[in-house]
Design a protein around this ligand. Structure first.
Ligand code: SF4
Length: 464
């Protein structure tokens, strides 16, 4: 059977989609190639959030076409994911070596399409049409190819986004919000836990909008126990989903990404206090500290509303870790607007922040807005904000030194595979000396040192 190599660009949703496609192909008899040089099929799962990511994927495909094809003329080349969706046929017109272009609602057709191309029944295939029910087709897992015990897993709960932030291309590449049903998601989570998974991250473009469109509340059967836990609060579908997943025996931790600050209603905030398995970590993408810019971005909240959510979360869970995404240099952003973002970062004291220089995306409203900020200013603001975030992060991480904290041991550290790495409940990575048998365990470690957004644990207190 042919071998496949998948290279993934972009977010965790893309990672998850690639895993599901790989698992579907493995189930059909494909093997996973260790590198593109020896693969019979090479797929690039692409990202459109920034222009740079698109150019990287196009450049990569050009290199593959020039290099790999020379030695292996039969190799099948394909684009899938967000750029495939937004550019479609244009990709084959520009790169005639490409055989397959697969949109974001078509991942589950990868095996059949590849079979047809490999058998010579079809030459080129472009499929970027919308498909009803496709949100429920990302369900297969590789679990490290079953070679090692996988401790964590991602479960796709919904696709698409209806928020239409003016800078974002996602609603155009991922389509309207479409949610899987709770029983379907819970069944997948249960199966993962039975295979040894301890932590599940619920995934979607805007998970806090889960279930708002696409299925009714009547479709959400829950245990009476879960229903009764917040008798005075009407729960959103997302919180009902958290309740249902929380019921699964053997599941130690629940995370979710990506949420929207608008979705942090009182029921979700209370969930942090009442659901022990929901980790003490919240990602709140604020994007800007200026109300004027937030309005231009169409974010749907004000600075004050955002700060109110942070206050409530810290009241509900005092040791919660809070991270964010921030865009600098959005069209029309003045120095004063940027200063408000800096002051918000200081006020909230984020544990970490992912900072992005605004990138013009074609077909998005912001690309046409007046007051596009020159690159030099975007870079300078990026640098200043980064300094502030690093300074705050250092203080936050230093405060862990000397403390005991619980980690879930995930496996070898990425930077130093001789050591192990785990994650605290507030989503901080801890590196320590341990042994393979610690993988998958919940361990108390003493923090001895803090590095740049990494903690180091004392091996002396680990039961070796
Ligand atoms: S909520 Fe997130 S995914 Fe949706 S449009 Fe805004 S930034 Fe994009």
């Amino acid at each position: 059977m042919p071998s496949v190599f998948i290279k993934t660009y972009g977010c965790q949703m893309n990672e998850r989609d690639s895993e599901a496609v790989a698992a579907q192909l493995v189930a059909k008899g494909y093997t996973l190639a260790p590198s593109e040089a020896v693969a019979d099929v090479i797929l690039l799962n692409t990202c459109s959030v920034r222009d740079f990511a698109e150019q990287k994927a196009i450049g990569k495909m050009q290199n593959i076409a020039a290099d790999v094809r020379k030695h292996h003329p039969e190799v099948v080349l394909g684009f899938m994911g967000c750029m495939a969706q937004s550019r479609g046929q244009e990709l084959i017109d520009r790169l005639p070596d490409v055989d397959l272009v697969l949109g974001t609602q078509k991942f589950h057709h990868a095996a059949n399409y590849l079979d047809e191309i490999l058998a010579g029944r079809r030459d080129k295939i472009v499929d970027v049409a919308a498909e009803q029910g496709s949100e429920a087709t990302i369900r297969e897992h590789l679990l490290n190819g079953n070679a090692q015990k996988s401790v964590t897993a991602f479960v796709s709960i919904m696709q698409g986004c209806n928020q239409y932030c003016t800078f974002c291309i996602v609603p155009y590449t991922r389509g309207e919000e479409r949610s899987r049903s709770i029983p379907d998601i819970v069944a997948e989570c249960r199966q993962l836990v039975s295979q040894g998974v301890k932590e599940i991250t619920l995934l979607g473009q805007i998970v806090t909008s889960y279930g708002k469109r696409g299925f009714g509340r009547a479709e959400l059967p829950l245990g009476q126990d879960a229903q009764q836990r917040v008798p005075t609060t009407k729960k959103t579908s997302f919180v009902q989903l958290l309740d249902a997943v929380h019921e699964i025996d053997g599941l130690e931790r629940i995370r979710f990404t990506a949420p929207h600050p608008k979705g942090y209603g009182d029921d979700l905030i209370q969930a942090y206090a009442r659901l022990p398995q929901l980790v003490g970590s919240a990602h709140l993408p604020v994007q800007s500290g200026s109300d004027r810019v937030l309005k231009l971005m169409h974010r749907g909240y004000t600075r004050e509303r955002f700060l109110g959510i942070v206050r409530k979360l810290r009241r509900a869970k005092p040791d919660i870790g809070i991270t964010t995404d921030i865009i600098v240099g959005f069209p029309g952003e003045t120095e004063d607007d940027f200063e408000q973002t800096l002051s918000l970062a200081r006020e909230v004291q984020f544990d970490n922040a992912y900072i992005f220089k605004y990138s013009q995306r074609r077909d998005t409203p912001a690309a046409e807005m007046p007051g596009q900020v020159p690159l030099k200013i975007r870079e300078e603001r990026n640098h200043r904000l980064l300094e502030t975030i690093n300074e705050i992060g250092k203080r936050k991480y230093d405060a862990f030194v000397g403390q005991r904290t619980q980690i879930l041991v995930e496996g070898p550290s990425k930077k130093n595979p001789a050591r192990l790495a785990g994650r605290t409940r507030c989503n901080k990575i801890v590196v320590f000396d341990g042994s393979e048998r610690h993988r998958g365990q919940l361990l108390d470690v003493k923090i001895t040192r803090a590095g740049s957004f990494t903690l180091y644990g004392d091996p002396a207190i680990v039961n070796l």
